[in-house]
Design a protein around this ligand. Structure first.
Ligand code: APR
Ligand code: ZN
Length: 259
């Protein structure tokens, strides 16, 4: 894409944000790659190196060995490491400060929207949040830092310190239900928005990927910022296949100038 063409698209998107009354932003792993967290289906993504079938809740519960492997991958892929929000997260937080954002619906578990400054009650995490690890037997919750200390001390499969039960990160594994309140709120906001902005998602995992469809059915316009195709590209009013950090920071800068 030529830089004029890109600039024209970013300006058009900023104008749509300015005109919108109910903007919903929907994010996926692609918004966090510039913070150092790998995505899943982009080049070199996690599912290009590991089998998603190993990450079902059934496998996690079935054997200690699959739990050991999964804890190793979660650590090895940096899902436990302290990372910082990048320019794309900061731009979306600024949209809230500018009074232009209804909510963020995210598939990510990294807490980076909250760390960038979005109000937690305006961030709906469809796949949970990596900050907590929960005992499946007695419900005790541990911070991820506490569990990481034990893993760093060589514990391979952390168990509950109270009841020796199975500990599981408070995130949604394949085969698990999504958190009902987050799914309800995300559906509600998606069906009542007038502009739906997707940043960094391949839009192939359901039911999260229903949200842009709900928005379109409600008459909202769709903007997609994503490197690589998605099944919704043909119904996007604006499609920008460039890096989210650069695009989103320039888009919000234009919104700020136009206000
Ligand atoms: N800028 C723009 N797009 C990017 C960037 C970037 N810096 N980095 C990656 N991308 C794109 C990738 O090319 C890919 O198309 O972001 C998209 C990320 O898609 P996925 O890796 O499929 O991630 P996501 O859509 O969030 O996956 C949904 O699948 O495995 C489950 O639970 C997991 O929440 C995840 C869900
Ligand atoms: Zn327990």
């Amino acid at each position: 894409m030529t830089s004029n063409n890109l600039d024209a698209k970013i300006t058009a998107a900023a104008e749509m944000i300015l005109k919108s009354r109910r903007l919903v932003v929907f994010t996926g792993a692609g918004i966090s790659t510039e913070s150092g967290i790998p995505d899943f289906r982009g080049p070199g993504g996690i599912w290009t190196r590991f089998d998603p079938d190993d990450f079902t809740i059934q496998k996690f519960l079935k054997s200690r060995e699959t739990r050991r492997k999964q804890w190793q991958i979660l650590i090895g892929e940096g899902l436990f490491s302290r990372v910082k929000p990048n320019r794309a997260h900061m731009a979306i937080a600024e949209l809230e400060i500018l009074g232009r954002l209804e909510c963020v619906i995210t598939q990510n578990i990294d807490n980076l929207h909250q760390e960038a400054g979005n109000s937690p009650d305006r961030v709906f995490e469809l796949h949970g949040n990596m900050q907590w690890v929960k005992c499946l037997d007695c419900g005790t919750r541990y911070t991820v830092e506490h569990i990481k200390e034990r893993l760093d001390r060589g514990v391979e499969v952390p168990e509950c310190e109270r009841c020796q039960g199975i500990l599981k990160p408070d995130v949604v594994f394949f085969g698990e239900e999504l958190p009902s309140e987050a799914l309800r709120a995300a559906t509600e906001y998606s069906t009542h928005c007038d502009l739906f902005l997707v940043v960094g998602s391949s839009l192939v995992v359901y039911p999260a990927a229903l949200m842009p469809g709900y928005a379109r059915e409600a008459g909202a316009q769709l903007i997609i910022v994503n490197i690589g195709g998605t099944p919704y590209d043909s119904s996007a009013t604006i499609l920008i296949e460039e890096k989210a950090g650069d695009v989103m920071s320039r888009m919000v800068e234009k919104v700020r100038e136009m206000i």
